[in-house]
Design a binder for this molecule. Structure first.
Ligand code: UTP
Length: 296
């Protein structure tokens, strides 16, 4: 057994990015010149995933097209001696096998994952949120796959430490560390957006999961949760009460690019980390600070 399939839910409405998302999938918004979904798919491929299942909705066709070949564009780039662009575009179209399933009504992340059951079948799989980028030496999903493999292919929830004052913005896990390295916990509970004084830990769940297939059973049992949606966190809560579920603190920098502040953060950070754009970004920031008389 191995973990070779990943579900990437991209069916959400992306209301925080309206009006852009009236016509454009949020996941196609670029960080500089690369759509955020590209980074997510790259993480999956570099984690050994061979089959991707996009959970989509009406208007999200641009995502499927992005990962398909575009022969007309390739021919144009070749004919105009733009070899670097040609290779780049061809490579994206050959990155991975993609399957799409529709989520006909946007009833939440839990509901979106349930839409992929008939393709996943009876094997453990990864879930990677399509609007959440993690930059890491070893891909975050790969780190979680390793922990799942060591623990009989149990579910493993990726977690990160957050400021204890901000627990009310996240799903927070409870559990006991399994060894002295204090990186992996056996989960006992999951609490949605607890107030700091009620939070069992400061370990939050951004958007990386390895799930054992029994999750589909729990997804059918959960009632509608916060916001009238079927929440994946509720199904994980049920699962950890009945079987071994682990939480693992992954290494890496996470950007919540589905929110405006996370999107801005990623844009500045990625520009500063790339030698092609670093000096441009520094100059822009310096000039703006001078123009608006901002001092730190
Ligand atoms: P978000 O919570 O960011 O929701 O979903 P959203 O609808 O995309 O954005 P806002 O809150 O309206 O601005 C996290 C991920 O789960 C997917 C989204 O596409 C996003 O990648 N999702 C969410 C679904 O696929 N289906 C849903 O019903 C909800």
């Amino acid at each position: 057994m191995d973990i070779k399939k990943a579900v990437i839910p991209v069916a959400g409405k992306g209301t925080r990015f309206l009006p852009a998302t009236k016509q454009l999938p949020k996941e196609m918004l670029p960080i500089i010149n690369t759509p955020m979904i590209h980074y997510v798919v790259e993480e999956a491929v570099n984690s050994g995933i061979e089959q991707l299942i996009f959970v989509t909705s009406s208007g999200k066709e641009a995502i499927e097209n992005y990962f398909d070949r575009n022969i007309e564009l390739e021919d144009f780039l070749k004919a105009n001696n733009k070899e670097d662009y040609y290779q780049q575009i061809k490579k994206i179209g050959e990155m991975v096998e993609v399957i799409s399933v529709r989520q006909k009504e946007q009833l939440g992340l839990g509901h979106a994952i349930a839409c992929a059951e008939h393709i996943i079948g009876d094997e453990p799989f990864a879930v990677i949120l399509g609007d959440d980028i993690i930059r890491a030496k070893e891909p975050a999903t790969k780190q979680l796959i390793e922990i799942s493999k060591k623990n009989n292919f149990s579910s493993v929830i990726g977690v990160m430490e957050v400021d204890p004052d901000k627990t009310d913005k996240y799903g927070i896990v409870a559990g006991k560390y399994i060894d002295d390295s204090k990186k992996t916990l056996k989960m006992t509970d999951m609490v949605e957006k607890p107030k700091p004084q009620d939070a069992p830990t400061n370990l939050a769940t951004p958007g990386r999961y390895i799930l054992s297939p029994s999750i589909f059973k729990y997804l059918k049992e959960i009632p509608r949760g916060a916001g009238g949606e079927f929440q994946l966190t509720d199904a994980i809560k049920y699962q950890c009460q009945k079987e071994d579920v682990f939480a693992h603190i992954f290494e890496g920098d996470r950007f919540d690019t589905g929110s405006i502040d996370g999107y801005l953060d990623a844009t500045v950070e990625f520009a500063l980390r790339d030698s092609a754009t670093k000096d441009m970004m520094i100059k822009i920031i310096k000039d703006k600070m001078a123009r608006y008389e901002i001092s730190l």
